[in-house]
Design a protein around this ligand. Structure first.
Ligand code: AMP
Ligand code: GLY
Length: 430
């Protein structure tokens, strides 16, 4: 039964979940807001419960015992473990797909087959469980290849080899050498696509959806997109590379057939669908599907939703989205991720974070906590990506100025961040 006043449980502990909490905490529909397990910053915005995001039975018990009527899952892992299925079986509304829908992210092999079956533009590729067959395919391919572990690998399961030998050894390491464990027992070998990437985040309710502004993440740790891959060093939205024509192409050739395909497969999808696209010279192609908001993309999307985010998520969870009710701000957002020294290799932990008081944080600026925890009343670093400094403004330059201004207001030993977030966009505007 759909309730008017909601007891809401947000699952997760990162920057994405903190952005969701901030977006919904002042909703007039809210009766109670709890996040499990949350983090140091989340615990200052709402109650937290000490249940891990991967303790499915613990979360179901918490939701039932606490009288929650809406659960919002931030991360993909609980969804792929069947959190939404179990909650729905208890009559609790969930924002996030069931296990069947979560397979779009949990199995790149499944999603490759799905894309092919429904004729959705993507890189040419094949799935393999046998290393000799994969090697043969790589040797004979008429294109450069990318090798992907099929299962969840926390964003690390993709190898972009320089040579065919490297591609073959990556495939063998995954299939025979146990790289990525069970996630690498099946692989996808596909054509390397050329173009600029953008993230398209949809809030989906079966055949209906809201398309949020396109955003762009910054994966590499170093300025100018150099150095090791990370979970994401910053983002901005809207990303102009996704022009109205690109978005029209994405709607018609990617989103509509994807939602129709999900329905044809008997999947009742209610939650975020993240479509990673490559804008190639032959149109937009799917790089990957995720079944949750991107992190840090979520931090730049939540502030752009003018309508009550909680109402949208609740409508979707209850299967009754009215897209025409959803309004998006006509503005820009940027997030700069401040990291712990050493990240993305092994990094410092436990450094005390100096934070400004609420009155020192200007309108249109958010301090998002990603890897923090509270110890004896102090907030200390506990993850590689520690804070997301987020600015919203009428212009991208204004949004970036607010985000970087916040960077000057927080400090902890070993902190570093990229000073060139949105460089592609700023250069485009020149
Ligand atoms: P995925 O986890 O599939 O999104 O891959 C992670 C990153 O690898 C993407 O964001 C792309 O930058 C890159 N990538 C994945 N697949 C391809 C491809 N077929 N061609 C070029 N780059 C790719
Ligand atoms: N920022 C990329 C991701 O969340 O997968």
């Amino acid at each position: 039964m759909k309730s008017e006043k909601l007891n809401v449980l947000v699952v997760g502990s990162g920057g994405r979940e903190h952005a969701i909490v901030k977006a919904i905490k002042n909703s007039p529909m809210l009766a109670k807001l709890v996040c499990a397990p949350g983090n140091g910053g989340i615990s200052r915005d709402c109650e937290v419960a000490n249940v891990s995001a991967e303790d499915i039975d613990g979360l179901v018990k918490l939701a039932k015992d606490g009288g929650f009527n809406l659960v919002i899952s931030g991360p993909e892992v609980p969804l792929s473990m069947g959190l939404a299925d179990k909650l729905r079986a208890e009559g609790i509304a969930v924002y996030g797909p069931n296990k069947d829908g979560a397979t779009l992210e949990a199995s790149k092999a499944f999603s490759k087959n799905f894309l092919k079956k429904y004729n959705i533009p993507t890189a040419i590729g094949e799935n393999f469980t046998d290393a000799d067959k994969a090697s043969e395919f790589i040797k004979n391919a008429s294109f450069d290849v990318v090798v992907k572990a099929s299962g969840l690998a926390a964003g690390k399961g993709v190898v972009i080899p320089e040579t065919r030998e490297e591609a073959i050894s990556a495939a063998r390491e995954m299939l025979e050498g146990g790289a990525f464990g069970d996630s690498g027992k099946e692989i996808v070998v596909e054509e390397k696509m050329e173009g600029e990437e953008a993230s398209i985040m949809l809030m989906v309710c079966k055949d209906k959806y809201v398309m949020l502004p396109a955003s762009q993440d910054h994966k590499r740790v170093g300025e100018g997109d150099t150095g090791l891959n990370t979970g994401g060093m910053g983002a901005y939205a809207p990303a102009a590379v996704a022009t109205p024509a690109v978005l029209e192409d994405v709607r018609k050739n990617i989103i509509e057939p994807t939602l129709a395909g999900l329905i044809a497969e008997g999947i009742d999808y209610r939650g975020t669908l993240y479509v990673g696209i490559m804008i190639t010279k032959n149109g937009a192609k799917v790089v990957e599907f995720n079944v949750r908001f991107g992190d840090p993309e979520c931090q730049v999307l939540m502030p752009l939703v003018k309508s009550d985010v909680l109402e949208i998520l609740n409508d979707i969870a209850n299967g009754e989205l009215d897209e025409s009710k959803v309004e998006i701000f006509d503005g820009f957002t940027a997030v700069v991720v401040m990291c712990a020294g050493g990240y993305p290799n092994s990094y410092r932990k436990g450094d005390v974070i100096k934070l400004p008081s609420d009155s020192e944080i200007p309108e249109g600026a958010w301090i998002i906590h990603a890897g923090t925890k509270e110890v004896n009343g102090e907030i200390v670093t506990s993850g590689g990506r520690v804070l997301g400094l987020t600015g919203t403004d009428k212009t991208l330059e204004g949004a970036l100025a607010k985000a970087y201004d916040l960077c000057n207001k927080v400090s902890f030993d070993g902190a570093f961040y990229r000073r060139d977030i949105a460089h592609r966009e700023l250069n485009r505007n020149k």
